[in-house]
Design a protein around this ligand. Sequence first.
Ligand code: KIV
Ligand code: ZN
Length: 515
Amino acid sequence: MSSQLKIFDTTLRDGEQSPGASMTLEEKMQIAQLLEKMRVDIIEAGFPAASPGDFEAVNAIAKRIKNSVVCGLARAHPGDIERAGEALEPAEQSRIHTFIATSPIHMKEKLRLSPDEVVERAVAAVKQARSYTENVEFSPEDAGRSEPDFLCRILEAVIDAGATTVNIPDTVGYAMPEIFGKLIGELIERVPNSDKAVFSVHCHNDLGLAVSNSLSAVMAGARQVECTINGLGERAGNASLEEVVMAVKTRPDVFDCDTRIDTTQLVPASRLISSVTGFPVQPNKAIVGINAFAHEAGIHQDGVLKNRETYEIMRAEDVGWSANRMVLGKHSGRNAFADHLKSLGVEFASEDQLNDAFMQFKIMADKKHDIYDDDLLSIVSSAATVGRSEKFKLISVAAQVLPDDLSVATVEIQMDGQTKRLESRGNGVVDAVFQAIKNMVGFDGRLMLYSVNSITTGTDAQGEVGVRLEKEGRVVNGHGTDLDIVKASARAYINALNKLFSTEEKAHPQYSEAI
Ligand code: KIV
Ligand code: ZN
């Protein structure tokens, strides 16, 4: 059995299915480049048949990424596989990942197909995918609730048809670690041609067990884990990449395999995903939470000072915490700025974006003494919108707390190229700003979430605001950063509105018409 555990990152596909986590092409490219730098083996870049935007993103990533395999998802459907094949055409290393549901409930209620028909379609899909690439993955969706005998039958058939990876998804997060591990061991044992394919797992976190289930499968012989940065993903998310990778690295006594991952990129990747999606990382999140290496209790601090191994099983710098240094000052030049961002895995899509980001950096350096990597990453994510035509643009915000407890805000925006300005009152300055924007654009949906985080420390730290809006069942997240949290709030609100008003329709691989 191979001693390499392949890491298959699906942040850009399953992660993006998380309500409100949609990403722009530039953001996806930035993430793909960081994943490549982290030495992720396979990057699932999207579901090309979902929408023209998804196709374009997979195609652009396929052109740019050289050192990781670029993968596209496709239902076991000729049209989907053709789209995936076309999108991946320019890739140096490509993979098509095709899937069809195999649990009794999915076959009967969703697909309305007999088990024989499901096997037939799976085999046909794998054969068609092999006409585009030699690297084909097959997933029996909802395997966690499928009959083991049927799984053995379909896996044998797809491996015979040319699948080189077979992935066992716990689609609904129903599995228990011990039982799931046993299932993987049993499949490897019972499928006669199991030695011709890599066994993989893809676990969802509905019961908080995605990482445990994945690790149990690795102990039973799985040699690929599908996961996402920060555990982003559908509903409660997927297995978290950073937790899987660090568990395997920290416990070589338990796992007889290792990954190729450059673990110093884990914290930067977590920051990037959080800033792009606006989903904050909980402070006590393993590996990448701000408290993950903070020792508060005196007795712990004393022990760590004497010998860090008394209380630390991993080193903060090994997962990238030391990367958040004070790096540049107000006298740093444009080349130093671009070079430093390159070392953080950021490449600008255009000169205009670099110029805009550098200008924002200079403005920040005038106001803020210490500038950290995280400050730079937040500048970069807002510069990624330069050159993009958006419906709403924030021009200015002025707000004041009045003595009668109400606050007043005047907001100026550009809407479809026309400038509008409105003064509104509210319960606090943020409420007043939101009222003004809402009335100007005629938004009649719901504000579902408002959150503020500080990106670094100190009262001059940048505030990072997240806003979640809902209209007619569509949920989007917006984010905005600024030294001033009122401005950051206005930016986040406008960012969410731009996403809500974008018209692109996107099919969901699992909810859209199954076949
Ligand atoms: O959760 C799931 O079953 C999936 C498949 C497409 C692999 O995401
Ligand atoms: Zn999934």
